[in-house]
Design a protein around this ligand. Structure first.
Ligand SMILES: [Zn+2]
Length: 142
């Protein structure tokens, strides 16, 4: 599949393949009985680790967890320092999908310099998280 990058990427083609394969495998394990939208995500850490996440839906909609936040939480819990989150990939079959606003905010808070790999216009694009959420809530300085 042709990939268009909106920014340069600090990872190899192998890293990207592992990232997308991990996200796709996670999507197959998603718990999405309500929307039927199975979403997988994967975090690429600076040391090469790839950590998956999938969406988990609840009847109480506010309790639903997106794949991107699940992957980010799993990565941090596994010992990936937030500053070492290089990228987050998100996939759901062959549909165009980008992180929701809540995930964009959390990604921007925890890993403000990470890149997001997602489908847009039928191909994968890489976008800095800061570009996905301009003017985000940011009450502190780093
Ligand atoms: Zn989300």
């Amino acid at each position: 599949m042709a990939r268009t990058r909106t920014t340069s990427t600090p990872w190899t083609a192998d890293d990207e393949a592992r990232l997308l394969a991990t996200a796709r495998a996670a999507a197959r394990r998603a718990f999405a009985p309500h929307s039927k939208l199975r979403v997988g995500a994967a975090v690429l850490a600076r040391d090469g680790r790839v950590v998956p996440g999938c969406n988990l839906e609840s009847l109480a909609y506010g309790a639903t967890l997106c794949a991107e936040r699940a992957a980010l939480g799993a990565a941090v819990a596994a010992g990936v320092a937030p500053a070492d989150v290089v990228a987050v990939a998100v996939v759901s079959g062959r549909i165009d999908l980008a992180p929701c606003g809540v995930c964009r905010q959390l990604l921007a808070d925890v890993a403000p310099r990470c890149l997001v790999l997602h489908r847009a216009g039928g191909r994968f694009v890489t976008t800095p998280v800061e570009a996905l959420l301009p003017g985000r809530m940011m009450p502190w300085r780093r």
